[in-house]
Design a binder for this molecule. Structure first.
Ligand code: GTP
Ligand code: SPV
Ligand code: MN
Length: 590
């Protein structure tokens, strides 16, 4: 029998620090009611029922999509807003040229005026949450206060939220304070502010994804990267995947790709039939917290408990597991609907849309039926490939780190860095075409070091130095790679099939780690020759494969010149060692 409710300490009494903060926010925001989240299934069901009654959620076809719901966001609130995201440190230099900066006092004053009275007539929800396995010394806690029940439902899936987290907070003492209100959803009155020195977040005016689910990008990347620097670890925009080879050995990779560049898909990789004996296990799909271990290896935990994944493109051919995973107990945001109330999105080969993501009759002239940044929110436990080690308190040991971008040209399919220091330059050199994950133009190539441009809570110059320092602590550092699944031919067609076939590249990396696979040296690093990859059953022409594995010196000289200009912006914060690596690369290319 479950513990009787009356035997439990009321949540507001568990932590004085949290209760005091909630009180001060209540005075400022003037909510009608306060709801402390227990984190039980019954609570999630009740919140869902309430949103269904209010028409904010729609139940999807229960025969094909049991337990699934659709939420439509405001049409002007469909993605992260990088131009409205600030790092508020006392010194602007600490935020660096990579961040928008505002003086903390000025930012607090501005936000106080926005928050004043903003919850009148609304419920204030208190969400205590833990990022990482609840018993892990590497996990960190926070409390999000929000006036959006939709945000609560997402946070209950994405984090370990509720009583256990609050108990840990009462025990640990400190927690990240995240204050959120949807406000009026007015893009003109929208700000996502971070105060790393106070481990605090203030977000106003958006109810979408990374703007509003404060445990995710705001806490687990921007605030955590700052904490990680002080404490000697790394908080990264990386998936974590375990690959078991046909001999039964499992190795873990952590891979940093920018938003909407393939992390969830790689984390849930399905080995192609032509590579029998391989298995893939997901530890995490978006964020990794990496710690140097006592054994000199790098260990990783996934701070999250669910996936907030890109819907378009998901189908039984690209990723059967992801497709199956989101057929029950999934919250869909901004997808289209079929006539029989099933969710629909671009990339599905069956069904047809009747209502678009805004609920209007579908008209192809108005653009895609599902929003390109439409998302699913689903518990990691629903993933058929969820790794049993994802809950391990100490994490999993990492054999290789992979950086990747979305590049039509220049970047080859894969190359290996010469050593850790060179690998830091390879990570810092990452550039990628922008996607619908953030508001703004799509398809523009921009610099995105370590896939952290929107997420690093401090000066990139100091961040690269920190990467070098962490590497120096590792006796057995992971090897470092760069990949590009998105090279195109002259007609704009992808040269590489991607998805499950990416395993061929990952298998080569693991063989390299084991000292078994061949490679040839290039100016930018080590590349496999076509014969070094396992191409049995792969349908890629010899010419395409050769193109994928070529470094064009002229294009690269231009690339490296741009990189030099970019790195120069960090002035005295740029580590000398990185500059030296850049110079060696320039010499090899000359
Ligand atoms: P965020 O959640 O925004 O951080 O994105 P993500 O990095 O997890 O990207 P995701 O795996 O959701 O993929 C984004 C889009 O790229 C989807 O439309 C995928 O179908 C597509 N995609 C993923 N992997 C590949 C690949 O290997 N090749 C190609 N061509 N497309 C891919
Ligand atoms: C990303 O944009 O990298 C995401 C989605 O993972 S969001 O949670 O909105 O940041
Ligand atoms: Mn992401």
């Amino acid at each position: 029998m479950a513990t009787a409710a009356h035997a439990l300490t009321p949540l507001p009494q568990l932590s004085r620090a949290v209760a005091d903060w909630v009180n001060s926010v209540r005075e400022l925001t003037q909510p009608r009611a306060i709801h402390w989240c227990e984190g039980t299934d019954a609570e999630a069901r009740e919140l869902t029922a309430q949103l269904l009654r209010g028409g904010e959620l729609k139940a999807l076809n229960p025969e094909y999509f049991p337990g699934c719901h659709l939420y439509r966001s405001a049409p002007s609130d469909v993605a992260r807003v990088e131009h409205l995201t600030y790092i508020c440190t006392r010194s602007q230099e600490d935020a660096g040229p990579n961040n928008h900066w505002m003086d903390p006092q000025q930012a607090h004053a501005k936000m106080r005026e926005l928050f004043r009275g903003c919850m009148r007539g609304r419920t204030l929800y208190v969400i205590p949450y833990c990022m990482g396995p609840i018993d892990s010394p590497l996990a960190r806690c926070g409390v999000e206060i929000t006036d959006s029940a939709y945000v609560v439902l997402n946070m209950l899936i994405m984090t370990r939220a509720g009583r256990a987290a609050l108990e840990r907070i009462a025990h640990d003492g400190d927690f990240v304070r995240g204050l959120h209100s949807v406000g009026e959803l007015d893009p003109e009155r929208r700000f996502i502010m971070h105060f790393p020195e106070e481990i605090a977040i203030e977000s106003f005016g958006s109810g979408y994804g990374g703007n509003a689910l404060l445990g995710k990008k705001c806490h687990a990347l921007r605030i955590a990267s700052w904490q990680a620097r002080t404490e000697g670890w790394l908080a990264e925009h990386m998936l974590i995947v375990g690959l078991q080879n046909p001999r039964g050995e499992t190795h873990y990779l952590a891979c940093a790709f920018p938003s909407a560049c393939g992390k969830t898909n790689l984390a849930m990789l399905i080995p192609p039939d032509s590579l029998p004996g391989w298995r893939a296990f997901t530890v995490g799909d978006d964020i990794a917290w990496l710690h140097p271990g006592d054994d000199g290896r790098l260990w990783a935990i996934n701070p999250e408990a669910g996936y907030f994944g890109v819907v378009p493109g998901t189908n039984p051919q690209t990723n059967r597991n992801a497709y199956e995973m989101i057929r029950r107990d999934t919250l869909f945001t901004n997808v289209a609907l079929t006539a029989d109330n099933q969710p629909w999105w671009e990339g599905l080969t069956t069904g047809k849309p009747v209502l678009d993501w805004q609920g209007r009759p579908y008209d192809p002239a108005r653009g895609p039926a599902a929003h390109p940044n439409s998302r699913f929110t689903v518990s990691a436990r629903r993933n058929p490939g969820y790794s049993p080690h994802a809950e391990d308190a100490r994490g999993v040991p990492i054999s290789a780190l992979v950086f990747g971008g979305r590049r039509r040209e220049v970047a080859p399919l894969v190359y290996e860095a010469r050593d850790w220091q060179h690998g830091v330059l390879v990570g810092a050199s990452l550039a990628s075409e922008t996607t619908a994950a953030a508001v703004g133009q799509v398809g523009v190539t921009r610099r995105d070091p370590m896939a952290m441009q929107p997420f690093c809570g401090y000066n990139f110059g100091d961040y690269w130095q920190h990467w070098l320092n962490v590497g120096a602590k590792l006796v057995r550092p992971p090897r470092i790679y760069h990949v590009n699944w998105f090279r195109r031919d002259a007609h704009g067609k992808f040269l590489w099939p991607g998805y499950g076939e990416n395993l061929r590249v990952l298998a080569w990396m693991l063989d390299r780690c084991a000292g078994k696979a061949g490679a040839s040296e290039s100016a930018v690093g080590w590349l496999p020759r076509p014969a070094d990859l396992d191409t049995r059953g792969l349908h890629v022409g010899a010419e395409a494969l050769a193109a994928l594995l070529t470094v064009d010196a002229a294009l690269w000289r231009k690339e490296v010149a741009e990189l030099r200009e970019y790195l120069g912006r960090f002035g005295s914060h740029l580590p000398q060692a990185l500059l030296a690596e850049l110079e060696s690369t320039e010499q090899r290319l000359a």
